[in-house]
Design a protein around this ligand. Structure first.
Ligand SMILES: NC(=O)c1ccc[n+]([C@@H]2O[C@H](COP(=O)([O-])OP(=O)(O)OC[C@H]3O[C@@H](n4cnc5c(N)ncnc54)[C@H](OP(=O)(O)O)[C@@H]3O)[C@@H](O)[C@H]2O)c1
Length: 254
């Protein structure tokens, strides 16, 4: 790894969305981007938490340019207006997006379609996944009841982290380099699903990581570490179909 936060260049004029910006990796990502002059939309599930985060970052970097976007990923009713607000403010000059906690609804169809109007590669989506994606139900995703009422926390986490990877692959297939959209000159978005390694955050403080997983969990952003299910494009397609149906049923897309 040659990358270090100190090597981040001047980001004046760049625009980012950071989900989970009130704590851990998201909070520190916002602070680092703000330090280097970017305009950041910090996503928080309450405006009070968002304001607290902005106050904390401005103590370090008084010039920080941060706008709070209120959204709870468990409720599309809050994600959709936040995405619309962002587009209304930034679609003419948006440059890059980053999504550390990975919100499939946020990076789904309406936002991606709008961002496609920007030059190839100027829009980037980073979804944070985890080596925890190995711990899933047998078939990867329990479409019958995704809340997994009878499973423990590790399996629920694993299922959600698997969906981060599969969704990222679907985005790449639809909008990435070589996609029909890119070839037709209708937009090219770069996406990545990353395991950040073991980071000392709120999540790490409360996680019960099985001992056998620890060695894998500590590995950082290595290429190619994915389970068989994470490579299953049939499952990715099924997730895409299921997500579209859920969004249609909720009236979020036509
Ligand atoms: N830490 C690690 O070692 C590690 C390893 C592998 C992957 N990751 C991944 O990295 C990402 C960030 O994790 P972290 O370690 O920084 O965790 P963290 O400190 O617990 O931060 C999680 C953030 O997500 C927000 N959040 C949680 N549920 C939400 C919801 N329903 N709607 C909106 N926001 C919500 C939290 O907001 P509140 O402040 O309101 O709770 C918080 O800002 C996660 O996707 C995690 O899976 C972390």
């Amino acid at each position: 790894m040659t990358f270090h936060p100190d090597s981040v260049p001047d980001l004046t004029g760049k625009v980012y969305i950071v989900t989970g910006g009130t704590s851990g990796i998201g909070y520190n990502t916002v602070a680092c981007l703000a330090q280097h002059g970017a305009h950041i939309y910090l996503c928080a599930r309450s405006s009070a938490k968002g304001s607290d985060a902005v106050t904390g970052i401005k103590t370090l970097y008084p010039q920080a340019r941060i706008t709070v976007l209120e959204m709870d990923h468990l409720s599309l009713a809050s994600v959709a207006p936040a995405a619309k607000f962002f587009l209304s403010r930034e679609i003419r000059n948006g440059k890059q997006t980053t999504s550390p906690t990975g919100s499939s609804p946020l990076t789904s169809y309406p936002l991606c379609s709008a961002l496609q109007t920007l030059p190839p590669g100027s829009v980037r989506i980073v979804n944070l996944t985890s080596s925890g994606h190995y711990s899933t139900p047998k078939d990867g995703i329990n479409f019958a009841d995704t809340s997994l009422p009878n499973a423990g926390g590790v399996m629920c986490y694993g299922q959600s982290k698997l969906t981060n990877i599969l969704h990222t692959k679907t985005l790449n297939k639809s909008y990435g380099p070589g996609s029909p959209s890119a070839k037709a000159g209708e937009g090219e978005i770069w996406t990545a699903a990353v395991h950040p390694g073991l980071v000392d955050s709120q999540l790490a403080a409360h996680a019960e990581i099985p001992k056998a997983m620890m060695a894998v969990f500590k590995r950082i952003a290595e290429k190619g570490w994915q389970s068989k299910l994470a490579k299953d494009m049939g499952l990715a397609d099924k997730l895409e179909e299921w997500t579209r149906e859920e969004m249609k049923n909720g009236g979020w897309i036509d």
